[in-house]
Design a protein around this ligand. Structure first.
Ligand code: ZN
Length: 221
């Protein structure tokens, strides 16, 4: 029988995964967070995740994935690689970390099975996928099938943000009573600046555009 009372949330400390954590806390009796240390340039991201877990009373496990940075250096892990400010004409942007979501979800699944948990929640979104192939629904479905076969277990990878954009993600956080937590405690900026961020990197622009759209809509309600 499936365990529908507990879930594991993959938590980076950014807007999307924190919104998923808030969502899971309403839906499940017990929620565990799994975060990954992959030598990201901004250690603050992990600090944010830890503080968010502390505030919300969530047990957090941080797993060492520093090997990932050694194998596939990119602009989020190396200071000397400048963040692409716009999408390249071909291929993935240099903020893409090769294999990240597959590895993270696989480790989260091993952790979940160890606790008899079936549901794994991740904040990936095809609407805002920014050219990252491992944020697409087809990949999540495929990995879900693979994990079930690999471990002979019924995992369910749940993606509350898959078909919504940033504006709706802000709306969801607000409806869960977490607008201020997202605004003040999360780190989305590729340049490592908390809250509103640097304002010009692709992640900041996406976050701000969604926020402004949601705020102007909320005023009209
Ligand atoms: Zn930024």
């Amino acid at each position: 029988m499936k365990n529908k009372k507990e879930a594991v949330v993959v938590l980076s400390g950014g807007q999307d995964s924190t919104t998923c954590l808030l969502w899971a806390l309403k839906k499940y009796e017990k929620v565990y967070a799994v975060s990954f240390d992959y030598n990201q340039r901004h250690k603050k991201e992990l600090e944010c995740a830890a503080k968010i877990c502390e505030k919300l009373g969530v047990e957090q496990k941080v797993l060492d994935m520093t090997l990932l940075n050694e194998l596939a250096p990119n602009s989020l892990t190396r200071d000397e690689i400048k963040v692409d400010e716009s999408a390249p004409e071909t291929g993935t942007p240099n903020t893409f970390v090769e294999g990240r979501n597959m590895l993270f979800l696989t480790y989260a699944a091993v952790y979940a099975k160890g606790r008899g948990i079936n549901d794994i929640i991740t904040g990936v979104s095809q609407s805002d996928f920014s050219g990252y192939p491992d944020c697409r629904n087809v990949f999540i479905k495929s990995l879900n099938a693979t994990l079930n076969l690999a471990m002979d277990y019924e995992f369910e990878i749940i993606t509350p943000l898959m078909w919504i954009d940033k504006e709706e993600t802000w709306e969801l956080a607000d409806s869960l009573g977490g607008l201020d937590i997202i605004k003040e405690m999360t780190l989305t900026c590729y340049n490592g600046i908390m809250g509103e961020g640097c304002g010009h990197c692709p992640a900041c622009r996406l976050r701000k555009k969604g926020f402004d759209l949601y705020m102007s809509r909320r005023k009209q309600i």
